[in-house]
Design a protein around this ligand. Structure first.
Ligand code: GDP
Length: 613
């Protein structure tokens, strides 16, 4: 067959051959598959009226368009499909209950609490967790593990409900974006004195999109000016029609603060679940489910809270969770009590994984450790490969705008690192939702993870031209210098909205940094002295720069910021007060914070005015 010609570029026809590309593949990936120089493919697309670079990730339609032109049958494979295929190669089916209808047993509903800020979501979750215990166990729930289960009596029967312990719809949508759904029912909290607000409407949209039934908690009925009837009327405008108004949505008037009417709310959840859903799962199979929260504990290692969706999880099982794997060494429930097994809808904290999974990662039990390791390694390799194939230039948030103006870039790439997987997911979700105005600009998170900023993150940022967003985490060891050397911009935040505001401002070209943080010194703690009436003093050696009295400080433990906004209150060389101590010298530092430990780093900084460019 004659090779088609595009402005002088000749490319052999695919003759209808099928090629498979991962979602978001670039022309470089396409070129690899068909053994054609990506630069020629850029030309072809230009000829078709699309201007793209070789490394830019492309939408499905563009990949298809190019395929049609070159006579290739392009199959775009989603990450979920790729993963399904990976599991199939081990003869594992994820997401299906084994057996027949008769093997299914009722399971408790899993609930997410959503609603507008300050309407009482957190209060409601706290009150329920502290006032209610399953099966008459003594003592309230004290641990936060990301989800908890409570019991309630409905029609003389003991029923259970699982609450996801992260209020708001960010976590909910972040999970959904990853193809995972944990929630069966949404409890929509609306303050009776404030009524329906923008985030109430958003929450309704998300619940509807996910086809999750809603139970409304009209909260704060104890407040003067509370008007529950008005809330019901407002909700009808959003298609949420209360039973009293002839609809099928249960609305319960409560006071989360005083703990009033919470049993009716729990009952409404159970009744809605019975009426609208048929929640059943097979407990007699190897467990599968989702990770909902995870972090690294210094002493115990990876602590991952998983929600069992089907099957029964047992201590000793070999599991894979995202790219983490291991054998379940122990399981803890929300009371901090050891449990041996967990049935469907039961959240438990799992100890024994090799690393920290992300919220929304699926978990499954496999037959042995070897299979678990192989699946985890293949997932990890795939992610690494995907990261490497993404673009090649370095940028900082300040130069990015210029690059954009010159047409060199049309996306802002970010790597998000945080102290908990929940916050990483929430931040990623919010960042990728920033409306940058004009369709040609994109914000894309190309890497994410829990824990300190590693050399790997910095390498990836340098090669992809990405900016690193550190949420309550810092670079490990000398990585801060490495980032400087490689020209990688790292932005640190401890409040989510601040991160979002700043990135949004930067993208819109509105960023006018007036102050910037300047690092002054860092010291390693080698000994801790108790000083009566003063507290703990950190016997330290200055590792870099100069430590000065009365400057701002933060305390870092294994790359994670454990305390912010401290102040160098006292500084001593031997018995004498000192105003500053230089690199290589020992000193005693008091930062007004008692939990200083050997091996921690004290980092000092000041906010300096930055000239505007
Ligand atoms: P969230 O942003 O939706 O999580 O709201 P919070 O749970 O943080 O609650 C916001 C404020 O409302 C807090 O000061 C709560 O103490 C208060 N609050 C929550 N529920 C009630 C209630 O039933 N009655 C009253 N009077 N205050 C409440």
């Amino acid at each position: 067959m004659q090779a088609p010609s595009f402005g002088g570029v000749k490319i052999p026809s695919g003759n209808g051959q099928t090629i498979r590309l991962s979602r978001g593949a670039s022309l470089a990936d396409f070129g690899d598959k068909v053994e054609v120089n990506p630069a020629s493919l850029v030309q072809v697309l230009l000829h078709l009226g699309e201007m793209v670079t070789a490394t830019q990730s492309l939408p499905d339609e563009t990949l298809q368009l190019l395929g049609d032109e070159l006579k290739y049958n392009v199959e775009v494979v989603s990450p979920e499909d790729e993963d399904r295929e990976l599991l199939e190669s081990f003869s594992i089916e994820f997401g299906e209950d084994a057996g027949t209808d008769e093997d299914l047993r009722p399971r408790p509903p899993v609930v997410t609490v959503m609603g507008h800020v300050d309407h009482g979501k957190t209060k409601l979750l706290d009150t329920i967790r502290s006032s209610n215990v399953v099966g008459g166990e003594a003592g309230g729930i004290t641990q936060h593990i990301g989800a908890y289960q409570v019991g309630t009596e409905v029609d003389g029967e003991d029923r259970k409900i699982t609450f996801i312990d992260t209020p708001g719809h960010e976590a909910f949508t972040a999970m959904r974006a990853r193809g995972a759904q944990a929630t069966d029912i949404a409890v929509l909290v609306v303050a009776a004195d404030d009524g329906v607000k923008p985030q109430t409407a958003e929450a309704i949209d998300h619940a509807k999109a996910a086809e999750v039934p809603i139970v409304v908690a009209i909260n704060k009925i104890d407040v003067e000016g509370a008007d529950p009837q008005r809330v019901r009327a407002q909700l009808t405008e959003y298609g949420v029609v209360a039973e009293e108004f002839g609809g099928d949505v249960q609305c319960v008037e409560i006071s989360a603060l005083r703990g009033e009417n919470l049993n009716s709310l729990l009952e409404a959840v159970v009744l809605t679940s019975d009426a609208a859903l048929d929640l059943r799962a097979n407990p007699e199979m190897e467990a599968q489910g989702l990770a909902i929260e995870a972090y690294l504990d210094r002493g115990r290692g990876s602590m991952a809270t998983v929600l069992v969706q089907r099957g029964t999880l047992n201590v000793g099982d070999s599991i894979v969770c995202g790219d983490a794997y291991g054998r379940v060494r122990a399981m803890l429930d929300e009371h901090g009590t050891n449990v041996k097994s967990a049935e469907p809808s039961r959240p438990v904290q799992v100890l024994g994984l090799t690393n920290v999974p992300s919220a929304g990662d699926s978990f499954l039990v496999v037959k042995d450790d070897r299979v678990a390791r192989q699946i985890a390694q293949q997932r990890e390799a795939r992610e690494r490969f995907a990261q490497q194939s993404r673009s090649t230039r370095r940028v900082t948030i300040d130069t990015w705008k210029d690059a954009l103006a010159e047409g060199e870039r049309n996306e802002l790439l970010l790597i998000v690192k945080g102290d908990m997987s929940g916050s990483v997911e929430a931040l990623e979700e919010s960042l990728s939702k920033i409306d940058v105005g004009g369709e040609e600009v994109d914000i894309r998170v190309i890497g994410r993870g829990v824990g300190a900023i590693t050399q790997n993150d910095i390498n990836l940022a340098a090669s992809a031209g990405a900016i690193i967003v550190g949420f309550n985490v810092r670079p490990e060891g000398k990585n801060s210098e490495l980032a400087d050397r490689m020209g990688v911009d790292i932005r640190y935040y401890s409040v989510i909205y601040q991160a979002i505001d700043e990135i949004e401002a930067a993208v819109k070209g509105l960023l006018k940094p007036i102050y910037e943080e300047v690092q002054l010194g860092s010291a390693e703690i080698r000994e801790v002295f108790k000083v009566p009436r003063v507290g703990n003093i950190a016997g330290s050696i200055v590792r870099g720069g100069t430590i000065r009295r009365n400057t701002k400080a933060r305390l870092i433990r294994e790359g994670i910021v454990v305390s912010e906004n401290l102040n160098v209150d006292s500084l001593r060389r031997f018995k004498d007060d000192a105003t500053e101590v230089r690199e290589g010298f020992e000193c005693g530092i008091g930062v007004g914070y008692n939990d200083v430990r050997i091996g921690d780093t004290i980092e000092t900084y000041e906010m300096r005015e930055k000239p505007r460019d």
